[in-house]
Design a protein. Structure first.
Lengths: 111, 112
């Protein structure tokens, strides 16, 4: 079983739709959580950090459920420019610097 | 402008010819990492560094070396590249262990 699992998609939704992604993690020592977006052949860019209380940035809302070990990302009123791959990233508390990336969820917004 | 830079951005080389990919950050970050990204395998950590002169292996370190002589620089060295090291490489930095990472623009390496 992968340490961080994401639905690979692709999700193909119309412009203006609301779309939600989930990501599950298996290591209970996970300490910090992030969503990144990655455009084709480009570097991952931080979309938002994810906090236990949940956090919102414009059309984007992230939630963390430590008990069930999953994080979610909600995109409202989706735009064509939201088309990208969304990566779930987990930092695990350990003696080493352990950062685990999900394999990504592809999102395609159609006009 | 706060950033992570990598050079070269594109490189085509031959098997066995030593190469270095440079990485530099201007944010005074403690942590730096190298990743490779391959289709279907996602991002995998090669090496990381927690500070000057402190480096350690990630998940796929075979065939790579790194050094951290200065805080801002973290070069990736391929002593004898092989075709299975053809990949997209990213350098990243972050201010602390549990903070967000900032990625460089990537280096696309082809080894023939």
């Amino acid at each position: 079983r992968k340490e961080v699992e994401q639905d690979p998609g692709p999700f193909n939704v119309p412009e203006g739709a609301t779309v939600a992604f989930n990501c599950t993690y298996s290591n209970s020592a996970s300490q910090s959580f992030f969503w990144y977006r990655q455009d084709c052949r480009k570097e991952p860019k931080l979309l938002m950090s994810v906090y236990s209380s949940g956090n919102e940035d414009g059309r984007f809302t992230a939630q963390l459920n430590r008990a069930s070990q999953y994080i979610s990302l909600l995109i409202r009123d989706s735009k064509l420019s939201d088309s990208a791959t969304y990566l779930c990233v987990v930092n695990v508390y350990s003696s080493a610097s352990k950062i685990i990336f999900g394999s990504g969820t592809r999102l395609s917004i159609r006009p | 402008e706060a950033q992570v830079t990598q050079n070269p951005r594109y490189l085509i080389t031959v098997t066995g010819k030593k190469l270095t990919v440079t990485c530099s950050q201007n944010m005074n970050h403690e942590y730096m990492s190298w990743y490779r990204q391959d289709p279907g395998l996602g991002l995998r950590q090669i090496y990381y560094s927690m500070n000057v002169e402190v480096t350690d292996k990630g998940d796929v370190p075979e065939g790579y070396k790194v050094s951290r002589k200065e805080k801002r620089n973290f070069p990736l060295i391929l002593e004898s590249p092989s075709p299975n090291q053809t990949s997209l490489y990213f350098c990243a930095s972050r201010p602390g262990q549990f903070y967000e990472q900032y990625f460089g623009p990537g280096t696309r390496l082809t080894v023939t």
